[in-house]
Design a protein. Structure first.
Length: 335
């Protein structure tokens, strides 16, 4: 959004004050860019730019209007938006068959943006406050059973450095419940072998310490021995980074996903499983083994306890399944 000064100020606020990642800031910027283009298309030729924007949806869409008339100043449109314009925008997204989850995210972006403008006294009120978020379909996160986790973890070979690295990655994901973005950001000195903990840099640059199992530490140590030998003969190796690619540079989250897809296929597991599934499995298994919800929240790095509470539904469902298997209902005809 190079055309908008206030959007750039908002994105800088996210980056430097809220400590959001560059990827997250770009997502916010993309949402605001789409909203701005919608406003431009809806407002061209209908009214002066300094009047409140509360416009009916135009069938022609933003592209048609922009192509035929002069583009108004983006900032003037953004600060003059009223609630009806936001509702019209949501209707537009719905017509374009965006999912409810995507629409809710775009609405959350607008809510945060106008909250920022209110705090900076650039608008008098937040036009998004009274707009209700589309009701979401509640989907319980998927998790793996213990035997499935074991099968996956044992798939990578341990007799070469890439296999040892991949085994260490999977062990770390499951043992700590770490996010993939947090995993690839790990440096060598983030692993405390003596204290059996990992120093994690989470969302918003917030740091936390998570315990890690001895089994995972042994696998990481085995990988490090391979890694260090290879680094001695390759000057391109980044000495700081824990998980590196074959060129010695930091792995990407996409690379981790590709590696996991490979081992899921080898293990005969569902290819729809993602690295995040190991995080869900970690949380579910922790609760199944008696951990309290607050502890799991801290280990996962969740800001809100409500985010962690979804796992209680998983554990409750599992308990019901165990009960039903142990106490099958009698056939009424047999009584």
């Amino acid at each position: 959004m190079k055309d908008s000064v206030i959007v750039q100020e908002f994105l800088n606020y996210l980056r430097f004050e809220k400590r959001f990642s560059e990827h997250t800031a770009k997502c916010y910027g993309a949402d605001l860019s789409q909203f701005s283009e919608f406003l431009i298309g809806a407002s061209v030729g209908s009214q002066p730019a300094d009047e409140p924007i509360s416009l009916p949806h135009q069938q022609g869409g933003p592209a048609t209007a922009v192509a035929t008339q002069t583009k108004p100043k983006v900032d003037q449109l953004l600060v003059s938006v009223e609630t009806d314009a936001v509702r019209t925008y949501l209707a537009f997204l719905n017509e374009k068959q965006y999912s409810k989850t995507t629409i809710a995210r775009k609405l959350a972006t607008l809510r945060s943006f106008y909250k920022f403008l209110v705090k900076r006294n650039q608008v008098s009120s937040n036009p998004v406050t009274v707009v209700r978020t589309p009701k979401q379909e509640k989907k319980l996160p998927r998790f793996l059973e213990y035997e499935e986790v074991k099968r996956l973890l044992e798939t990578p070979p341990m007799d070469n450095w890439l296999g040892a690295r991949d085994r260490a990655i999977l062990e770390t994901l499951y043992s700590t419940g770490i996010r993939v973005s947090e995993l690839v950001a790990l440096n060598m000195d983030d692993i405390d072998f003596l204290g059996e903990v990992v120093h994690i840099r989470g969302k918003g640059k917030k740091e936390r310490i998570a315990p890690i199992g001895s089994s995972a530490l042994q696998v990481i140590q085995h990988y490090m021995e391979f890694r260090n030998k290879r680094a001695q003969s390759n000057s391109n190796f980044d000495s700081r980074v824990l998980f590196v690619n074959k060129h010695g540079r930091r792995l990407s989250t996409r690379s981790v996903r590709r590696k996991m897809d490979k081992y899921l296929k080898m293990a005969g597991l569902d290819p729809a499983i993602s690295p995040h599934t190991l995080r869900h499995s970690f949380a579910t298994h922790m609760l199944n083994n008696g951990a309290d919800l607050r502890s799991v929240q801290e280990l996962l790095g969740h800001q809100s306890l409500s985010t962690t509470q979804v796992y209680t539904h998983l554990t409750t469902r599992k308990l019901k399944e165990v009960y039903e298997n142990a106490h099958p209902r009698e056939d009424p005809q047999m009584q």
